[in-house]
Design a protein around this ligand. Structure first.
Ligand code: HEM
Length: 393
């Protein structure tokens, strides 16, 4: 068994100079923050193995959040569970988030997207503030059966709670305050729903399961919290990243405008090249062997999705945008037991925005001088995205 592990500082600014895939010495490396998994094959192996647990709780503890309601929620939440408890929490959500809900949401999205674009004028628009950040929380409100007027609150709570992933301990007081507000908001929303009578939305579905004794009151609350925190921030950035990528790739854009059947394939390819979740961090729960290297129990293991998605062993010409790429299965939404429960929804949101732009604003373009897109610690982020919509067709 190999004992020398190549060195790699995954969270250094130079890390993304690496073009993707394994290093010459292998698909896994080590640095001051733990192990970095760089190849597609080993990334898939780690993500599919339940003996690698999510590191979200450890991240909180590193911030000094060691007890209290926020720590308790994170410890019980679906992302931290394994085996029977994870299935118990995942099955009701997975059933609800199936194809019928995704299709129903697509219909509602057409109105949401049209409404948002009707609010814009045709001069260059602040796409991040005016479009991509606004859509996911409106979709969440529809999904959860909350009034659309709650959307700005949902967007703010999702952004402030998931700020944890920015790995900046100075954010701790605001993160704690944001979870407190989120808990209060959800309690209030569920009370309002009880008052009005339960419907066929996600929250009503979970509340009904709790009434039937299939979920405890605590599990219901934790499920609702997990869905709200995950609902908006990543999807907003990812919508912007895909639009930014497609509008700058004029050959592909014109193909989409000419034939919208290409939109789903184009979205997946853009998700591969610019994944919002650049790194998925796990912890080895026991001594594990990955790629011929023994990882000790308790070690941090960071899956570099941005590198796996550009692995030349898995994707031919990985840096090129290839419309119609075969077997295109990037790891942007993870894989294995914890793969993203909102991925169907997120993809539909992105597709509907792209489809609206292609139909109504075929000449739209990115104003480069007023856009700032960055990759920090592996995560792609829209700082500013300005789009000149051009004439409406
Ligand atoms: C483009 C947007 C999104 C991205 C890139 C994304 C990414 C991810 C990733 C990478 C994971 C897995 C983490 C792991 O393996 O440990 C995950 C899990 C999850 N996501 Fe998403 N997500 C997005 C949108 C959403 C939305 C819209 C929702 C819900 C409305 C959602 C709900 C969840 C939940 C509940 C889990 C935990 C699943 C489990 O632990 O079994 N996500 N997401």
């Amino acid at each position: 068994m190999t004992t020398t592990v190549p060195a790699f500082e995954l969270f250094s600014p130079q890390a993304t100079d690496h073009q993707g895939g394994a290093l010459p010495d292998g698909g896994i490396a080590v640095g001051s923050d733990g192990y970095a998994v760089l190849s597609y094959q080993l990334s898939t192996e780690v993500l599919r193995n339940p003996r690698f647990a999510n590191s979200a709780l450890r991240l909180m503890e590193e911030f000094g959040i060691n007890d209290g309601s926020v720590h308790g929620f994170r410890a019980r939440s679906i992302i931290m569970q394994d085996g029977a408890q994870q299935l118990r929490l995942r099955t009701p959500l997975a059933r609800f988030m199936g194809p019928a809900t995704v299709q129903n949401t697509r219909d509602v999205l057409t109105d949401i997207v049209t409404g948002i674009f009707n609010d814009l004028d045709n001069k260059p628009v602040d796409f991040h503030a005016g479009v991509d950040r606004r859509i996911p929380s409106l979709v969440y409100c529809h999904l959860a059966g909350a009034p659309q007027s709650d959307a700005p609150k949902v967007q703010e709570l999702s952004e402030r709670t998931l700020a944890l992933l920015a790995r900046d301990p100075s954010l701790k007081p605001d993160i704690l305050a944001a979870y407190d507000e989120l808990f209060r908001y959800l309690n209030d929303l569920m009370e309002r729903k009880r008052g009005l009578g339960l419907g066929d939305d996600m929250l009503s579905h979970l509340m009904t399961l709790a009434d039937e004794g299939k979920l405890t009151a605590q599990e219901l609350f934790d499920e609702a919290t997990s869905m709200l925190e995950a609902s908006s921030v990543n999807t907003g950035h990812q919508i912007g990243l895909v639009v930014w990528n497609l509008l700058r790739n004029r050959e592909v854009w014109e193909q989409i405008v000419a034939d919208p059947i290409w939109i789903p394939a184009a979205v997946v390819e853009a998700l591969r090249l610019y994944p919002r979740t650049g790194v998925i961090s796990k912890i080895a729960t026991e001594d594990m062997e990955v790629g011929g290297i023994t990882i000790p129990a308790g070690a941090d293991v960071h899956v570099a999705v941005w590198s796996a998605n550009r692995d030349p062993e898995r994707f031919e010409n990985p840096g090129d945008f290839v419309l119609g790429r075969e077997r295109n299965q990037p790891l942007t939404f993870s894989t294995g037991p914890h793969n993203c429960l909102g991925q169907g929804l997120a993809k539909v949101e992105i597709e509907e925005v792209v489809s609206h732009l292609a139909r109504q604003y075929p000449q739209a373009s990115v104003v480069e001088s007023e856009s700032a897109i960055s990759q920090t610690a592996g995560r792609w982020t829209i700082k500013k995205l300005t789009v000149d919509l051009g004439p409406r067709s």
